[in-house]
Design a protein around this ligand. Structure first.
Ligand SMILES: [Zn+2]
Length: 117
């Protein structure tokens, strides 16, 4: 998964803010966390406690009175994470599902659970 230049084709994102995802590749493989933000343009997601970079911060009167080292989660490729199904609590392949009222959701291929969004 170490492509140097990111492919600039738009990606279909099936991951949304607030989802719980499992990391499939990279140094944090096997971790899971909730999605803090999604960057569809870059095909990237920011996941809580995953891909943490330590950043030195100077003391700043408003932002960080003490300065020091803070931990910031960095965006990682959406293709390296997989949505965790709330019902089977496993990384799940999902399909698009539209119900009778036209509401769209994602559906776990394993257990058939409808996942919001
Ligand atoms: Zn499931």
């Amino acid at each position: 998964m170490a492509s140097r230049t990111a492919a600039k084709k738009p990606q279909k994102m099936n991951i949304k803010k607030g989802d719980t995802v499992r990391v499939l590749a990279g140094k944090d493989r096997g971790k899971s966390g909730s999605v803090l933000s999604v960057k569809p343009k870059d095909g990237k997601v920011v996941v809580e406690n995953v891909n943490i970079a330590r950043k030195a911060v100077r003391p700043h009167p408003q932002k960080s009175p003490q300065g020091g080292i803070i931990s910031v989660p960095q965006p990682l490729d959406a293709s390296n994470v997989m949505l965790v199904c709330p019902r089977c609590s496993k990384p799940a392949r999902t399909t698009r599902h539209t119900d009778a009222e036209g509401r769209r959701s994602r559906k776990c291929k394993k257990c058939g659970e409808l996942i919001d969004g």
